[in-house]
Ligand binder design. Structure first.
Ligand code: TXA
Ligand code: MG
Length: 313
């Protein structure tokens, strides 16, 4: 059988009012059970109707995502969390007030309406209520709730622009909604609220310090790092602007901006990793920021991207 590649249309949705027709078009694809790349304030999502099993399965196929990796459900108004989750306690409501809508994903026990395909057989589900008005408009217009993992192929960095999405997904999905570059550029912070003490599963857009102000009993176990060095090969370097001068002898050097503006560094990280990927160098060295606030989240992503191959200089 010959599988014909799909024509992928890219529709501009940066201006909610002027581009509303394109949001409607994207929503039409979602209603038909298609997979659409959509912008959020963190990273782009590969979205599908959470209640259409075939649509949900398509996400796993398109991404090449293992089926034991659960999907987040995206909502556009608070009350929807009660429709899909149970055992939501008073403490969680404090977290809603503090961070929703926003870049914190919360995990609760799921209700039966969330399928085992979405939850990958777990009895919990992660719920994301994005800050991005464009993202919320797309969910609302689709008339359902949307599951959406990051819109990259499995194993690649998350996508923070429509161009990244196009590079990974052209010919595989019918539509990419282009909302411009993501304002944060790092995935949401994930907190498991289904346990007696909430557990930070993924540091992210909202810093650990800010979360601790609202959840003082938050549990966070950092992974230990392995240490390994490689030299004598062609390398690329990504470092803070203040350190560019130390890498004068390298051919491929990229700036994360000042170490004083970690929000800028967060926004640039995945973009620069993709740029370096294109170079075909044997190693990409990335300077780690200070291990606090957003720096902690950036370090977590770099560890993941490097599969724990971390050196201390
Ligand atoms: O910012 C974000 O969160 C983006 C945008 C698109 O919303 N989404 C995103 O989804 O990063 P994804 O699937 O790429 O990452 C979600 C992570 C995965 O590592 C998944 O294993 C984990 O959350 N996860 C999802 N549901 C879970 C659950 N019930 N329990 C534990 N981990 C869960
Ligand atoms: Mg992802």
């Amino acid at each position: 059988m010959v599988v014909k590649p799909i024509e992928t249309e890219v529709l501009y949705v940066k201006d909610l009012n002027a581009n509303y027709q394109n949001i409607v078009k994207g929503a039409e694809y979602l209603k038909k059970g298609e997979v659409v790349a959509i912008p959020t304030e963190t990273v782009y999502g590969l979205a599908a109707d959470a209640f259409n099993e075939n649509a949900v399965k398509k996400i796993f196929e398109v991404k090449g995502r293992p089926q034991d990796n659960p999907l987040l459900v995206h909502i556009y108004k608070l009350e929807q969390v009660y429709g899909i989750c149970k055992d939501i306690h008073k403490g969680a409501e404090k977290v809603f007030d503090a961070f929703w809508p926003g870049s914190v994903t919360l995990i609760f026990n799921k209700k039966d309406c969330i399928s085992d395909t979405v939850s990958a057989g777990m009895k919990t589900v992660g719920v994301r209520f994005p800050k991005s008005e464009i993202a919320r408009a797309i969910i609302k217009e689709s008339g359902t709730l949307l599951v959406a993992p990051s819109a990259n192929l499995s194993g690649k960095p998350s996508t923070t622009s429509a161009e990244h999405c196009y590079n990974d997904l052209n010919g595989k999905i019918p539509c990419i909604l282009d909302g411009g570059p993501c304002s944060i550029g790092l995935e949401s912070t994930i907190i498991d609220m289904s346990t007696p003490d909430p557990v930070l599963l993924r540091p992210g857009a909202i810093s650990l310090d800010d979360i601790r102000k609202v959840i003082p009993n938050l549990v966070y176990k950092k992974n230990l790092l392995s240490v390994k060095e490689n030299a004598n090969e062609e390398n690329a370097v990504i470092c803070f602007q203040e350190f560019l001068k130390d890498f004068k002898n390298y051919e491929h050097v990229y700036s994360l901006g000042s170490f004083k503006t970690l929000n800028v560094a967060a926004q640039k990280t995945f973009d620069l990793l993709r740029e370096c990927d294109k170079l075909n160098v044997s190693h990409i060295y990335v300077q780690a920021p200070k291990d606090s606030g957003l720096g902690n989240s950036i370090i977590n992503r770099l560890e993941k991207a490097s599969a724990g191959d971390v050196i201390n200089i």
